[in-house]
Design a protein around this ligand. Structure first.
Ligand code: HEM
Length: 402
């Protein structure tokens, strides 16, 4: 499948480089939870090659790894993100630096602030739907879910519309760091210079946008430096855009595969909130969270020595049968229990309200404007793919043209 960036270049290799068309992973996770819940595994090395580590599969162990941040540090994420992503990626910082940065940023992601971005999100999603609504058919990943979250981020950051295509290209190249480090580092350099210029402008004349908020926020007289702002903008690309794109695609697919649930949502749109929650449990867009052990610890009967790398498998934890009945099924009416798809502990997703708002508005608009929405029965049934980022790689649909 070919997917074009906003500036016209083909980014399908990059976009799906972290996904695999391999077998469905949940079957193997089930046996791991039962037989070897803390299992040795190969870890992608921070610099080259690979090293050994352990993966945790059960909910209770995954939650403990994420919550016990004084034993399980995320500094290995900072190393893995590499030089392209800035020196202070929030998700890869330990305390106290993490708490300081998060407190300066978190106001901007409070539900009331996020509410102010609803209109921009509606504008972006409707602009994209305008392009295919009259056709009666669309490929919703290529034409919609892949496109809107980066545009929403560009809008809320306050980037001038003439720069959106460039921003889109930098974003795609940065996200490809694991597979194309050279392009990612080059894109990072260009984005760094661009953000620095905008930050200077916002210091001189603040606007009603996220960049101005990041520049202006003060907590006890402390404020974010230029490098912290750049690191945060970089993190928004994989953490904010890639995940929201994946989650919206999986939500649409979950509904399209379950006609009765789609019908219920069509009648009562307030069900979209629980449908979004169920999607994050059923197909967490981000499947793993990496940590490194700071001091010897026992986890599930296995002693992990300091320096051991640990992968918390969020996807497996979200399908733990000790917590959910029929965990592999998509069921928006299931009994509500908190999933771990947005993480847990100090690094719990900062964008949770934004992500849910984006999913709700995007799917609501598609359902409103594409009446009779259904999967294109002449095409192979879409599936969710990937072991790190999980998403449907295509969603061919038909509907009544409007
Ligand atoms: C459905 C969409 C999303 C999912 C499933 C998701 C998932 C996650 C997860 C699992 C973590 C924790 C990672 C770890 O502990 O290693 C995380 C952290 C984070 N997410 Fe999200 N995310 C989503 C959307 C967003 C959006 C839209 C933003 C934009 C603001 C965002 C910003 C962040 C940030 C900044 C962090 C790091 C927080 C910290 O370290 O304190 N995420 N996300």
């Amino acid at each position: 499948m070919s997917v074009q960036s906003d500036d016209g270049s083909d980014v399908s290799r990059t976009l799906f480089a972290v996904t695999h068309d391999g077998t469905e992973p949940y079957r193997s996770y089930w046996s791991m939870r039962r037989d070897t819940p803390i299992a040795p595994c190969e870890m992608p090395g921070a610099n080259s090659g690979s090293e050994r580590g352990y993966a945790a599969y059960r909910y209770e162990h995954v939650e403990r790894v994420l919550r016990d941040h004084s034993t399980f540090s995320s500094r290995n994420i900072r190393e893995a993100l590499g030089p392209a992503m800035g020196r202070y990626p929030l998700v890869g910082l330990d305390e106290p630096l993490h708490g300081r940065s998060r407190s300066l940023i978190s106001n901007a992601f409070h539900p009331t602030t996020v509410g102010r971005w609803e209109r921009a999100t509606q504008r972006v999603v409707n602009g994209l739907i305008d392009r295919f609504a009259g056709r009666g058919s669309a490929e919703l990943v290529r034409e919609f879910t892949f496109r809107f979250p980066l545009r929403v981020i560009a809008e809320i950051l306050g980037l001038p519309p003439r720069d959106h295509a460039r921003f889109h290209r930098w974003a795609i190249e940065l996200i490809s760091f694991p597979t194309r480090p050279y392009e990612a580092v080059r894109a990072s350099g260009e984005l760094r210079a661009y953000v620095a210029r905008l930050v200077d402008e916002r210091r001189r004349s603040p606007q009603d946008d996220l960049l101005s908020q990041l520049v202006e926020t003060r907590v006890n007289g402390d404020h974010l430096g230029g490098e912290e702002i750049f690191s945060f903008v970089c993190l928004l690309l994989p953490a904010g855009a890639q995940t929201a794109h994946a989650a919206t695609g999986s939500l649409l697919l979950g509904l399209l595969l379950h006609r009765d649930q789609l019908d219920a949502v069509l009648v009562d749109r307030s069900l979209l909130a629980q449908a979004a929650e169920e999607t994050i449990r059923w197909e967490p867009p981000l499947m793993t969270a990496a940590r490194v052990v700071l001091s010897d610890v026992e986890l599930g009967g296995v002693v992990l020595t300091a320096g051991t790398q640990v992968v918390a498998n969020l996807g497996s934890a979200n399908h733990d049968e000790s917590r959910w009945a029929s965990p592999d099924s998509f069921d928006i009416f299931r009994e509500r229990r908190q999933s771990i798809g947005f993480g847990a502990g100090i690094h719990t997703c900062l964008g949770v309200h934004l992500a849910k708002m984006e999913m709700r508005i995007a799917v609501d608009a598609v359902l409103d404007r594409c009446r009779g929405l259904r999967l294109d029965g002449t095409r192979p049934l879409p599936r969710v793919h990937g072991e790190m980022f999980r998403m449907p790689t295509g969603l061919p649909v038909r509907f009544t043209p409007s």
